[in-house]
Design a protein around this ligand. Structure first.
Ligand code: ADP
Ligand code: MG
Length: 326
């Protein structure tokens, strides 16, 4: 990515606070001030344990949720406060792929109807939308003759191809993929990742690719952001983050990724995280990672680290008082 390119997506200090579910309980700061860019045609991986705020981030960017504060700019235009009507032209440009393909497809609609729907919303004629739906089926590796079938007649992997075809119907430039392979059999995951990579190259798509572990996004992403309890704790080029992780949390996530070579697997450092992540309704003081951090010191218990450049001359940023030397 060159500095001359305007980011396609630019998120600044975005927060999303859910109101307390019960009287007396605290509001949930699911996303707590995150900033990042996605360049045209780029893939940014967004990873972190379940509950850290990944889906909330994705859903807020596409404005299925209202941000509590901060800004979201698409192609240089602030979209954080647009009304649903003003958002309509943007719905062509930014699309979402969901985790569980079967539950995100209407079981009573045919594939033709599912894929056509975004086109009909944007004003296409029924005949044009159907023709386009058949083309899209072919593009994602489905058999266009099966256009009048229902989602339950397809396997999980095929159903996710339908979800991808629907997302591509309006010709988006940005796709937010929220754990698009997590619900699929391991053997099918690679096929869907390959498909998404091919589509990216053919169509010049940018992806925000959400996953709960680092192994899934390793192939596809150019850069990766690691999220913990609503914040980004490390963000940078894939090569740097995977080979020289600076944040203890990134190191722990990476040490949980199995290595194909058994000798390397035995020799490498294992970092086991203590306990579960704390609740975002009651985050720990200081660095929110400190109760689980093997390196925590006094400063970490009292002072929240800010995201800053990890080492001179590199773009990677880390939020840690004692980052690993790069
Ligand atoms: P992830 O996708 O990383 O698993 P989510 O964005 O789904 O995380 O959730 C982040 C946090 O927000 C979690 O603690 C979750 O329980 C909470 N949360 C999600 N949706 C709601 C909601 N509608 N109301 C209250 N809390 C919510
Ligand atoms: Mg999620």
């Amino acid at each position: 990515m060159t500095t001359a390119t305007q980011p396609l997506l630019s998120v600044r200090d975005m927060t999303k606070v859910y109101p307390a579910r019960r009287r007396g309980s605290a509001p949930v700061r699911a996303v707590d001030g995150i900033s990042f860019d996605v360049a045209p045609g780029e893939t940014l991986g967004l990873v972190g344990e379940s509950g850290c705020g990944k889906s909330t981030t994705g859903r807020t960017i596409v404005r299925l949720l209202e941000p509590s504060s901060g800004s979201i700019a698409y192609d240089g235009h602030d979209i954080s406060h647009l009304s649903q009507r003003e958002l309509k032209p943007l719905r062509r440009e930014i699309q979402m792929v969901f985790q569980d393909p079967h539950s995100s497809l209407n079981p009573r609609q045919t594939v033709a109807r599912i894929i056509s729907d975004p086109l009909l919303v944007q004003g296409s004629s029924a005949a044009d939308a159907r023709r386009r739906a058949a083309e899209l089926m072919e593009l994602v590796g489905l058999i266009p003759e099966q256009i009048d079938r229902f989602p339950h007649e397809f396997s999980g992997g095929q159903a996710q191809r339908i979800g991808i075809a629907r997302a591509l119907a309006t010709g988006p430039r940005l796709v937010i993929a929220d754990e698009p392979v997590s619900a699929l059999d391991v053997s099918v995951q690679a096929q869907i990742v390959n498909l998404m990579e091919r589509l990216q190259q053919e169509l010049g798509l940018a992806y925000l690719f959400i996953a709960h572990d680092l192994s899934v996004v390793k192939r596809v992403c150019d850069r990766v952001a690691v999220m913990y309890l609503g914040r980004i704790v490390e963000i940078g080029a894939k090569e740097r983050v995977y080979t020289a992780p600076a944040h203890p949390y990134t190191r722990a996530l990476l040490s949980a990724v199995p290595l194909p070579d058994p000798a390397a697997e035995r020799a490498r450092e294992r970092i086991t995280l203590l306990g579960d992540p704390p609740s975002p309704a009651a985050p720990p003081p200081g660095c929110t990672f400190h109760p689980r951090c093997p390196k925590a010191q006094d400063k970490c218990r009292s002072e929240a680290p800010v995201l800053r450049i990890a080492a001179p001359g590199e773009a990677r940023q880390v939020a840690c008082h004692f980052p690993e030397a790069a």
